[in-house]
Design a protein around this ligand. Structure first.
Ligand code: DX5
Ligand code: ZN
Length: 219
């Protein structure tokens, strides 16, 4: 069963409480939180206070995508704020395995994210320390960018690798996913779709969720 994880970065922050409640009632599965430090990626978004606020208004599984260069300093903070899954980037200049192990020790699921130009081979050795791989289909930093079709073979490759090695790892795909691109992503083998602008601009969150689930059923 495919999961939908709306990225709250695409929501109207002037009406954040209402947006969270509507997201919660849409039938979607997770809430994706894009945390950016203006260093690893060229944009700054929000920090733990927003994660905590989302947690206080939603009982959905919270997926914190840390686009920050020094996550080692903040893992406890994002765990305490209410994240259920914490994803770090492969592209940071630190050893990933101790960080992934620390996330698990904090009682959270651990994920590794790879940018569009990072090959799957870069992370196969560390996958045993992960519960999830987040494959970026845009260059991280902003909502509303165009889906990069050239990443589709890597999603298929990850699906084959995970299945053939009997790994218990979910595949999440993030960036430019909407009703026009979702089917390709599902067919390539994704388990979780992140959708920011497509979800929040759709006007009817329930309908958007239903359409994604229908696409998955037809795949
Ligand atoms: C990009 C973020 C994405 C993004 C999703 O850096 O990681 O989660 O906000 O937004 P859309 O779906 O609009 O690409
Ligand atoms: Zn994200």
């Amino acid at each position: 069963m495919i999961k939908l994880a709306p990225s709250i970065l695409g929501a109207d922050f002037g009406h954040l409480e209402e947006e969270i409640i509507k997201t919660n009632e849409s039938g979607c599965d997770w809430i994706h939180l894009d945390i950016m430090d203006g260093h690893l990626v060229p944009n700054i978004s929000f920090g733990p206070a927003i994660v905590k606020y989302v947690k206080s208004r939603s009982d959905l599984f919270l997926d914190s995508h840390l686009m920050i260069s020094n996550p080692e300093k903040y893992l406890e903070v994002y765990a305490e704020a209410g994240s259920d899954l914490i994803v770090i980037h492969y592209e940071i200049e630190h050893d990933k395995i101790p960080l992934l192990e620390k996330i698990r020790k904090l009682g959270k699921k651990a994920g590794i994210s790879i940018n569009p130009h990072t090959p799957l081979e870069a992370v196969t050795e560390i996958l045993e320390h992960c519960d999830l791989i987040l494959i970026m289909t845009v260059h991280p930093g902003f909502s509303g960018q165009k889906f990069m079709n050239q990443v589709l073979p890597k999603i298929r490759q990850a699906r084959e690798y995970i299945d053939s090695n009997n790994l218990n790892i979910e595949i999440e795909v993030d960036g430019g996913v909407g009703l026009e691109t979702a089917k390709k992503v599902i067919d390539a083998g994704a388990d979780i779709l992140v959708a920011g602008s497509a979800f929040y601009k759709s006007g009817d969150y329930r309908e958007f969720n239903r359409k994604i689930k229908d696409l998955a059923e037809k795949s």
